[in-house]
Design a protein around this ligand. Structure first.
Ligand code: ADP
Ligand code: MG
Length: 709
């Protein structure tokens, strides 16, 4: 095989169809979305208003209006050149799914007309038998339904040969059980809304009618040249490299983070950002990440449901657009061993219908108390459900990243910043808080000084950090849907708010004012749950020991973490808030565990193939060359490594051949035996990579893949 070299990279072709910069940015944003502007222009006033009420206040939509919306949506799509439509949904694969149907049907006189009815908009019936259900749906009853989510706008996807309309939908079994990530998320939004509104009314803000959650993700990814990708069966089959010696240069020089963006990469970014803007995804930030070849893209935050849909679109577009620039976007959590992996920071907050961010410390004392109340609810939620939060980000890819000295540890803790920590601690101790500015925060007094906006320092090592006016859950994997983590956050915070509201009501009944009662309630929460707060270095050995002393969970791997989805505590909470039933939780547990097993099995089979049919033959050819030329010192180094590789490959074959019965036992086996044996094969293969003649080595090396941009 001829290996790709720098000279093959052709720089001349990096231009988009329409030169970027010729469009007005304002015209581009949302151009392919059936959003409020199109709706207002095309729908009768009362229909438009009813739709808006559904979007803004989750009011039930009158089915009678669906026909009218469908017809307007169809006209808009046809005018833009679309020929097909699809219900677009998010099964538990973590990917999106679509099945296209044409708008056009023949009418008997040799012509065809376009039609799209309300019922086609509202409900679809894909054959659900091939989507993961975790045993919820018996195979003989394969029906699944997609149901229109009017709160997430429909959009058009472009292809050079035709466009199609995508309608965001939920996906359920025929018994009404959630088979997707959207249904529980929408349910959890309702739960949080109810609890937060109840709390705000008690705190004196009686005008609030709705509280929603907001989510702003920061997505990390790698870009590599397409020709390397196609020479690596491991990247093609598993999304990560299963072999590859550490390159001489990594990111030790700290020369990549925020570095100037290479030309070809920037061309790709501008193109994909423009496509995303057309789809209404409010892209804001781009930069080089820490590792060579690693980048980040971040949109402005949106309502959680729309944000999650947009996040899926974002991942799809990165993957689809990269090949235009002879690049491949890698979203795997750890594409290269020994090189920083990719995560997805999930910025999260709560906000009222008046636009007030409940996690904004604010400038006035009243806001301040309210803020401390809601922030304390998050602290309690994360402590009580630390295991569940950990489980919500578990996957085979994540096990290479979490706790690997670059990403948040597998131990969940909260970073608050010293200022906020001191305020909470003062409340917990029943003492007055003296702010560093010398101002006095009298406990129990409504006359509290405003908290500084930028509370404390930054801490990159924390999995869950307060960053000024939101919490940032940093443990998400780069390739995952943020659906489940946000569902968990919404639900557990709703529960904590209710818990605190009950305490508050008791104190008020006992004759206290709200302003007197809040510091007491918050202080108690901090006494009970302050153990989850940690401001130090999350990567350090000391923290592991300290966390154990505090009784915090350290769930290192996916098989350790996933059972947290089905503990009595999780089941009770999710049932109580109507977010997921016990059966729905069990189905997720099974699906995710099976995905873990299947992914590692694919990796193991691929590793075996590559090692036995590509790497070993290369090593043998080189060994022969060395023997023929009679360089005995080299032979003495090489021959034992080849022997060890042969033995390790045989071991891997044996380990792959037979797995134990039972999903949980099999998952443990994948972690303890299969991954271990793969690592053994890799050790010898990587050592050989550094000895064997470069022109004989069949795989592109890290030094090439990561540094040719
Ligand atoms: P940082 O540098 O602290 O991570 P930024 O202000 O650049 O902060 O924001 C990072 C991400 O946080 C962005 O995706 C942004 O949209 C998101 N974000 C900001 N405010 C909120 C909020 N209230 N709710 C959810 N996400 C938010
Ligand atoms: Mg950030």
């Amino acid at each position: 095989m001829t290996k790709m070299r720098l000279s093959n990279v052709n720089a001349a072709q990096w231009t988009a169809d329409v030169p970027i910069g010729q469009d007005e940015p304002a015209n581009v944003f949302g151009a392919n979305v059936f959003g409020p502007n199109e709706q207002r222009a095309r729908l009768p006033k009362h229909i438009f208003r009813a739709l808006q009420r559904t979007i803004e206040r989750s009011e039930v939509l009158d089915p009678a209006i669906a026909d009218i919306v469908a017809s307007a949506m169809k006209d808009w799509a046809l005018e833009r050149g679309a020929t097909h439509y699809t219900h677009w949904f998010q099964p538990l694969t973590g990917l999106t799914a679509e099945k296209h149907d044409s708008f056009y049907a023949p009418i008997g006189d040799g012509t065809a007309i376009a039609s799209f009815s309300g019922s086609e908009l509202v409900q679809g019936e894909p054959d659900a038998s091939s989507f993961p259900t975790g045993g919820i749906r018996a195979t003989f009853e394969a029906r699944g339904y997609t149901a229109w989510d009017p709160t997430s706008p429909a959009f058009l996807l472009e292809n050079p040969n035709g466009w199609f309309l995508c309608i965001p939908t939920a996906f359920t079994s025929w018994t009404g059980e959630a088979l997707d990530h959207k249904i529980p998320l929408l349910r959890s939004n309702e739960a949080l809304n109810k609890s937060a509104v109840r709390a705000l009314h008690l705190l004196g803000d009686t005008h609030v009618e709705r509280v929603g959650t907001t989510m702003g993700p920061e997505q990390e990814y790698f870009l590599i040249d397409k020709s390397y990708y196609y020479q690596r069966p491991d990247l093609i089959n598993t999304g990560r490299t299963l072999f590859g010696a550490k390159p001489p240069k990594g990111h030790e020089l700290d020369d990549h983070y925020f570095g100037s963006i290479p030309e070809r990469v920037l061309a790709f970014m501008l193109d994909s950002e423009r496509e995303l803007l057309k789809l209404g995804v409010p892209i804001k930030t781009r930069h080089n990440e820490v590792a060579p070849g690693q980048y980040e893209i971040a949109p402005i935050f949106e309502s959680t449901n729309v944000g999650v849909d947009h996040q899926q679109l974002l991942m799809t577009m990165l993957k689809n657009i990269a090949p235009r620039y002879d690049l491949v976007a890698l979203l795997h959590e750890k594409p290269f061993a020994g090189v920083n992996g990719s995560g997805k920071h999930n910025n999260w907050s709560m906000s009222t219908d008046a636009g007030d961010n409940l996690l904004n410390p604010g400038d006035t004392p009243e806001d301040n108390l309210q803020f401390l109340f809601f922030a304390a609810a998050v602290v309690r939620a994360v402590d009580v459900h630390q295991g569940l939060l950990r489980a919500s980000v578990a996957s085979a890819g994540q096990d290479h990243r979490l706790g690997a000295n670059e990403a948040p540890p597998a131990i969940i803790s909260i970073f608050l910043g010293s200022e906020l920590e001191n305020v909470f601690q003062a409340f917990a101790d029943g003492k007055a808080y003296v702010s560093p500015a010398g101002e006095f925060m009298g406990l129990g007094s409504p006359v509290l000084p405003a908290l500084p906006k930028d509370v404390g320092d930054r801490n990159r090592t924390s999995p869950f950090a307060f960053t000024g006016n939101k919490f940032e859950f940093r443990a998400l994997g780069s390739s995952m849907s943020p659906g489940l983590p946000n569902t968990v956050l919404n639900t557990i915070v709703a529960e904590s708010i209710d818990y605190m509201v009950e305490d508050l009501e008791k104190a008020i009944k006992g004759g206290k004012s709200v302003a007197e009662a809040i510091p007491e309630v918050v202080g108690k929460i901090y006494r009970d749950h302050g153990r989850i707060v940690f401001g130090g270095d999350g990567y350090s050995e000391e923290w592991h020991a300290e966390a154990e002393k505090r009784g915090l969970l350290n769930l290192r791997t996916t098989p350790d973490a996933l059972p947290q989805l089905i503990t009595d505590q999780t089941v009770a909470t999710f049932d109580n808030y109507g977010v997921l039933t016990e059966r729905e939780l069990h189905s997720r547990f099974e699906v995710f565990l099976e995905q873990y097993i299947i992914n590692i099995n694919i990796e193991a089979e691929t590793a075996y193939d590559i090692a036995s049919t590509m790497l070993l033959p290369a090593a043998l050819r080189y060994l022969k060359l060395v023997q023929d030329t009679g360089v005995s010192a080299l032979e003495a180094e090489l021959a034992p490594l080849v022997d060890k590789l042969v033995a390790a490959i045989a071991h891997l074959k044996e380990v792959n051949a037979e797995h134990p019965e039972g999903t949980e036992a099999e998952a443990d086996y994948m972690r303890d035996s299969v991954l271990e044996t793969m690592a053994e094969v890799r050790t010898y293969a990587d050592a050989l990579e550094r000895l064997v003649a470069d022109d004989l080595w069949p795989l592109p090396k890290y030094a090439e893949i990561l540094f040719i941009k």
